[in-house]
Design a protein around this ligand. Structure first.
Ligand code: SF4
Length: 447
């Protein structure tokens, strides 16, 4: 397979020469040490899911470095409170590590409650706390009793698993928050949207569609969410899950405990957005909702297809590489590129499941390179070999693309333009066109 691929990584890569599928494909496992994985840690996985709750306080119980992971690198938007843009840390030092940091944590909670009038606090235990064993559950329990607010522990030492473990911990924290508000006798209505973080206002776009077709949105997890909106979630009739990697576990818990059914949706691309809206309308089952959904999607689909037809001649035949966090997004992007006439030649995810990779294999051609938990060296090699014209990824992939003279589109949490819904089709297509057809590449590639 060449020098850029470590022997231990081969099982997580599918190429024309080396194909390993189904049970044999290496995904949903710890990163290979020394492979320069681009995954974040367990704590980061938990934080990314919980941080968009706009009126929650997040105390990072650990050294100050862990607290650098804040709203600034995850730009979810809020229509209300902006408390979530702050980050709090117990700033553990050498003495705290030796004598224990639980008291310091209790003081930090006291300070936040007294000075900031907090109603909901998440407390994250990071790596060193996992080692010294501070009982953060006891500290949180005491604080809840003392102040009659919610103080929820998230035991997320970075070393305790993969980023996916952090997603699961965040889902468990949200269950702790909403469980006491489940009332069996209430008649369910409307939907909860899970796994959308309101990046560049995407949650507002999707909520607006549901408003137009007559489907009430009860709660959103966690884009533009608040304490009051989240605790209404058990009343919903249906959960729809956009980012399945981060939120399907929450949907499963809610199905088991509250009887709320769920299915996965995607609002990236014309086909996925249309199918998702129609599926929700049929699941709600009211004839007027189905009728409105059919009318709305027919009009929007026609407009989007007319728009795409204008751009397709400029994009058709080009070759894309995709490296994103979760499988659902990679699958949507492959379909979206196909709508634009672009072929996906390299595709990978940080946390995709075996099922995701099976779908990816069916959607792509035999020679498409598929990678789990890849690194810059592998990406460089396969993008060169497969002659990719554009890379879609996150902030960590951007410099690699530019250094190789390959066009780039940011589809991660730092994005500033909405890429979801029909509006997202317009923004995404324009961005891909601008980047792919920029005259700058011919100078760089010639260098
Ligand atoms: S790996 Fe550990 S020390 Fe590093 S950010 Fe994650 S929790 Fe903090």
């Amino acid at each position: 397979m060449g020098t850029a691929v470590l022997e231990e990584r081969k099982q997580s890569i599918i190429t024309r020469d080396f194909a390993c599928s189904g049970e044999g494909f290496g995904c949903e496992r710890a990163s290979v040490a020394g492979s320069v994985s681009q995954r974040a840690c367990v704590y980061c996985g938990a934080r990314v899911v919980l941080n968009p709750i706009t009126d929650a306080f997040h105390i990072v119980h650990g050294p100050i470095g862990c607290a650098s992971y804040t709203w600034d690198i995850r730009g979810s938007l809020s229509s209300g409170s902006d408390l979530y843009r702050n980050s709090f840390s117990t700033d553990l030092r050498e003495k705290d590590i030796i004598f224990g940091g639980a008291e310091k944590l209790a003081r930090a909670i006291d300070e936040i409650v007294q000075e900031k009038d907090a109603r909901l606090i998440f407390v994250y235990a990071t790596c060193i706390v996992g080692v010294i064993g501070d009982d953060i559950e006891a500290v949180c329990r005491d604080a809840e009793e003392k102040y009659h607010i919610r103080v929820i522990p998230v035991k997320a030492p970075g070393f305790s698993g993969t980023k996916s473990q952090g997603y699961k911990l965040a889902c468990e924290a949200m269950m702790q928050l909403i469980r006491p508000h489940y009332k069996e006798q209430e008649k369910p209505q409307g939907v909860n949207i899970l796994g959308d973080f309101n990046l560049a206002g995407e949650m507002w776009i999707i909520k607006n569609y549901f408003h137009k077709i007559g489907v009430p949105v009860v709660s959103t997890f966690t884009g533009d969410a608040s304490y009051d909106s989240l605790i209404r979630a058990p009343q919903a009739a249906l959960n729809i899950v956009q980012c399945a990697g981060s939120s399907v576990y929450l949907a499963k818990c809610m199905e088991e405990e509250f009887g709320i059914p769920y299915f996965k949706v995607s609002f990236f691309g014309v086909e996925d957005t249309t199918n998702s809206l129609l599926r929700v309308a049929h699941a709600i089952g009211r004839p007027e909702v189905i009728c409105r959904a059919e009318q709305f999607t027919a009009v929007e689909k026609m407009k989007a297809e007319h728009f795409l037809a204008q751009y397709r001649p400029h994009l058709a035949g080009r070759r894309a590489a995709i490296y994103v966090g979760g499988g659902f997004k990679a699958i949507s992007l492959i379909r979206q590129f196909a709508e634009m006439g672009i072929r996906t030649v390299v595709v990978g995810t940080q946390t995709g499941s075996k099922d995701d990779y099976e779908v990816i294999r069916h959607l792509t051609e035999d020679d498409t390179v598929i990678l789990d938990d890849t690194n810059p060296a592998e990406l460089e090699r396969f993008m060169r070999e497969m002659r990719a014209d554009i890379l879609v990824g996150g902030v960590k992939e951007r410099p690699l693309a530019y250094k190789l003279g390959i066009a780039f589109c940011d589809h991660n949490h730092e994005r500033k333009h909405a890429l979801g819904g029909y509006e997202g089709v317009v923004n995404f297509t324009q961005e891909i066109n601008l980047s792919l057809n920029s005259p700058v590449w011919k100078y760089l590639r010639g260098a």
